[in-house]
Design a protein around this ligand. Structure first.
Ligand SMILES: Cc1cc2nc3c(=O)[nH]c(=O)nc-3n(C[C@H](O)[C@H](O)[C@H](O)COP(=O)(O)OP(=O)(O)OC[C@H]3O[C@@H](n4cnc5c(N)ncnc54)[C@H](O)[C@@H]3O)c2cc1C
Length: 446
């Protein structure tokens, strides 16, 4: 079969942020996008809960000039800066609310010895590693290589339980796993880039997905297929064959694989060993996000000005007042909503519990953190994500280049290639589209 027989120029497999961003960049080409689930968006999904916006998956847009924010601007999707007036933390049974990093540090429930150790470590991280952490992952950078070879717990050497719990919470907020399971590189990088400025998509992150899908349909004429999983992809005789589970085969000159790494390794036939090794080095951690509907305003429990409360030492690792992420003019049918989220261990535990036990566990956790909130809770909804994050394990840096490299007619993208959430997904989707367009130009020149 020759490439000329292909009905499609490009088949994009996977309709999460990476696949959608890739398809948007393939202007002027005959593009088909195939998504396994009945909806597009993957780990981006928004529901209405009593008139509040519940982002079941991704919620915060980081970096106003980053790839996700620029994509939203291009599509006319509004981002809202979160209006907050304090830096909160819940730790050792206490809610700490501070006006600045410094006052938060002063209020931390740590011994003087721990505080001195933490302060010295933070100075060292900024002075010695700050420049390397500010760069994109680069396997030739010796500082990045060092931080990639050290587990976070070994790097920080926390000597007391509260201090260890604090680092575990940071690690979980960044990768879903505890400090003993991940390399120092990614959590430290997130720590340095944690800005006090955070944005949400007006009306929910799902609105960004909707805007991309509309643009693909209306402006680009992309054929969008959903609810039909791809079973296998082969690259032979100058054509990419996309075999759907229901038996149909689509022929395309090129394919973009925008599915999680383990799925790419499973469905692409005859992968070269260097690519298979890199894809198999990636594993996934679980997350749960929870919507607590309330009969009282969330500010009764999360004091005014708190939009997001990082939590140390509990099953939930953070709570958000959904009021801040919901359009102010949206009519409300309940008085308040709190969004909670967990790391891997708790999400895994919840997945193996019966529904009632799950709710009881979550309400007990909520009540321990914000006393009285569980009594005001009228409904609990839980989203369990089995592949929420691809945590940065020790030694990942050496796979970075191979993860991004195409194999023949197949190009790869997704947040496992550049694990920085939606920004990584969008960036690598756009990068795969650029690689593919360059390859087409090369083929045309020959
Ligand atoms: C609870 C939670 C909170 C998060 N919070 C944030 C946040 O605040 N900010 C942030 O930036 N990021 C956040 N993230 C991470 C962010 O959602 C992801 O990094 C990003 O959406 C990943 O996009 P992706 O396209 O790489 O992967 P995915 O979204 O996983 O997309 C892959 C797609 O491929 C499809 N697929 C799989 N197999 C097949 C097949 N065989 N055939 C066809 N299609 C297939 C899947 O159904 C899916 O739609 C969060 C994630 C979770 C789970």
């Amino acid at each position: 079969m020759s490439g000329a027989a292909a009905e499609w120029d490009v088949a994009v497999v996977g309709g999460g942020m990476a696949g959608l961003a890739a398809a948007l960049r393939l202007v002027g080409l005959r593009v088909v996008l195939i998504e396994a689930e009945p909806r597009f968006g993957g780990r981006v999904e928004t529901l209405d809960v009593g008139g509040f916006t519940w982002n079941r998956g991704a919620q915060v847009v980081i970096d106003r000039s980053g790839p996700t924010a620029r994509l939203a601007d291009d599509l006319g999707v509004s981002l809202r800066k979160i209006n907050k007036c304090g830096i909160p933390l819940w730790m050792s049974g206490k809610l700490i609310q501070a006006r600045s990093d410094f006052s938060l540090f002063a209020a931390l429930p740590l011994s003087l010895t721990d505080k001195v150790a933490l302060a010295m470590l933070m100075v060292k991280v900024r002075m010695r590693y700050g420049a390397a952490l500010a760069k994109a992952p680069d396997p030739t950078d010796p500082t990045q290589r060092f931080l990639d070879s050290e587990q976070l717990d070994r790097f920080v050497r926390a000597s007391s339980m509260p201090s260890r719990e604090l680092w575990d919470s940071l690690a979980r907020n960044s990768t879903s796993l505890a400090a003993a399971q991940v390399a120092a590189f990614q959590p430290l990088s997130n720590l340095l880039h944690l800005t006090s400025v955070e944005y949400v998509v007006e009306g929910g992150t799902g609105n960004l997905v909707k805007a991309i899908v509309d643009a693909l349909l209306v402006q680009h004429g992309t054929r969008l297929i959903r609810g039909r999983p791809v079973k296998s992809v082969t690259d032979t005789d100058g054509v990419a064959r996309i075999n759907l589970e229901d038996g149909e085969t689509l022929l395309a000159r090129h394919a973009v694989l925008a599915v999680p790494a383990d799925i790419a390794a499973r469905i692409v036939d005859d992968l070269p060993s260097w690519k298979r090794t890199a894809l198999q080095a990636i594993d996934y951690a679980e997350d749960a996000s929870v919507a607590f509907s309330l009969s009282r305003p969330a500010t009764d429990f999360l004091p005014h000005g708190i939009w997001r409360l990082p939590v140390v030492g509990r099953g939930m690792i953070g709570l958000c007042n959904a009021e801040h992420a919901s359009p102010p003019d949206q009519p409300r049918r309940i008085a308040g909503m709190i969004r909670g989220y967990t790391g891997h261990d708790t999400a895994h535990l919840l997945r193996n519990m019966a529904g009632e036990d799950r709710h009881a566990f979550l309400l007990a956790d909520l009540d321990a953190i914000l006393p009285g909130a569980a009594a005001a809770c009228t409904d609990v909804q839980v989203a369990l994500w089995q592949r929420a994050d691809s945590p940065w394990r020790v030694g990942r840096l050496k796979h970075i280049e191979a993860l991004a490299r195409p194999t023949g007619r197949i190009f790869f993208c997704g947040d496992y290639v550049d694990p920085s959430g939606m920004n990584g997904a969008v960036l690598t989707g756009q990068r795969a589209a650029a690689q593919l367009c360059a390859a087409r130009l090369g083929e045309g020149a020959r």
